[in-house]
Write a protein that binds this ligand. Structure first.
Ligand code: MLT
Length: 410
């Protein structure tokens, strides 16, 4: 009989977002007339923008004619998209990243989960706490952790608490680690890391030969000029960091699927015999073996985001969500919550200040206000007491949700 991957038995309950969905569906079954406002999973509500749609349609039309039809494309993405990204997102910011270091994919969730495959089993992995659950769960699935502990942590992972006391920037680990997941602008706390903080991490990684897996899925939400948009704005980062970017939240591609990952050519890891090996050929090999590329029309649509017109449209989409974030921040603060994030990121991280546990607040808001958010403890023990509000709802719903919270008895 086939043996199962025992590591899956270590995983806790369901993945956070499906678990929230399950609870909401149950509530809706019992309360079919309740108007539930969803600000839980960060899923966008605005449609694709006009220039993206135009390019998308053109791509589909090209598939309809023999002369322009495309079969398999290059697994790592079409040059027109990789060139546009290299110029617009990196070279324009002084980051020395080239088009052939960019791998187009169908999502940062997949890439941040899959990247560990190119690293040996005995690496020690560090994650922020609270943390986007994918990094932890995929480490568990891949057998890179021990058992789940009562404390809410997995044995074998190094957790780096991110709290209001340390400004949600973790301390450099005291123990030996080999791989560090960092996410900025941060999911779930909506906080950011400035140049000095990122430099501290890059310097540490260079000195200690640590690889940083830098998730920058929310980069487009940065408006503060002092906050780097890419880790490669920091000197030496292309010796130590892999960066993940997504078009999901940038341009409404959560349903369309397009993202990209940067593997700089001079990034190296150690072989068992102590020789240094570049990581680029490993990811190239993995990507071309296990992936056949994002569809041509989607890549056409994605490239439109990097045109002057596309950029203007994306800016206004982001402005819309950031206006929601502002309403969330101000309304929650008036209600006595302590509020973080939501200024250069689409998530607002709030503590009710009333000693209510995260899942209890989830139930209260769902039952009494029909508002769904994400319980902070679902992201890790340091998230206990916090609640994450996503600004991706419609503006009307954000206003309505905050009115409902205002009427609650606390
Ligand atoms: C979130 O809400 O944290 C994200 O939408 C989840 C994801 O991007 O996978």
């Amino acid at each position: 009989m086939a043996q199962i991957n025992e590591n899956y038995l270590k995983l806790q309950a369901g993945y956070l977002f499906p678990e929230i969905g399950r609870r909401v569906r149950e509530f809706q079954r019992e309360n079919p007339h309740a108007d539930v406002i969803k600000m839980g999973i960060g899923d966008v509500t605005l449609p694709l923008t006009p220039s993206v749609l135009r390019a998308f349609h053109e791509g589909v039309d090209e598939m309809a004619k023999a002369e322009t039809f495309k079969g398999y494309g290059p697994e790592q993405g079409y040059d027109f998209l990789r060139d546009a990204i290299a110029r617009s997102e990196y070279q324009s910011r002084g980051a020395n990243i080239h088009a052939d270091e960019i791998f187009i994919s169908d999502g940062s969730k997949c890439d941040t989960g899959n990247i560990l495959e190119i690293f040996g089993q005995n690496n020690i992995i560090a994650v922020q706490d609270p943390v986007y659950p994918v990094y932890v769960d995929t480490s568990v699935m891949g057998g890179r952790t021990g058992s789940y502990l009562k404390s809410g942590y997995y044995e074998g992972l190094v957790y780096m608490p991110c709290t209001s006391e340390n400004g949600f920037i973790p301390e450099i680990p005291k123990e030996r680690v080999d791989i560090v997941f960092l996410c900025y602008p941060n999911n779930p706390t909506g906080t950011t890391a400035g140049r000095q903080e990122l430099k501290k991490w890059v310097d540490y990684a260079r000195k200690n030969k640590v690889i940083i897996l830098f998730d920058a899925a929310y980069e487009a939400y940065i408006s503060d000029p002092d906050i780097p948009h890419t880790i490669y704005e920091i000197e030496g980062a292309n010796e130590v960091a892999i960066e993940f970017r997504s078009l999901s939240k940038t341009a409404g591609f959560t349903g369309t699927r397009c993202a990209y990952t940067i593997i700089p050519k001079n990034l190296v890891g150690n072989a068992a015999d102590g020789t240094e090996k570049p990581l680029y050929p490993f990811w190239y090999r993995r990507h071309t073996t296990k992936f056949n590329g994002v569809s041509y029309p989607v890549q056409k649509a994605a490239a439109a985001i990097f045109t002057p017109e596309g950029k203007k449209e994306v800016k206004s989409t982001i402005q819309y969500y950031m206006n929601n974030a502002k309403v969330l921040r101000e309304s929650l603060a008036k209600l006595g919550f302590t509020v973080f994030g939501g200024q250069n990121a689409p998530y607002v991280w709030a503590n009710s200040g009333r000693g209510i546990k995260s899942w209890d607040l989830f139930d209260k808001l769902l039952q009494e206000a029909h508002v769904v958010g994400t319980p902070g403890s679902g992201f890790g023990p340091s998230g206990e007491g916090y609640f994450r509000f996503s600004s991706f709802a419609t503006h009307e719903n954000v206003l309505k949700a905050m009115e409902r919270l205002n009427k609650l008895k606390w």
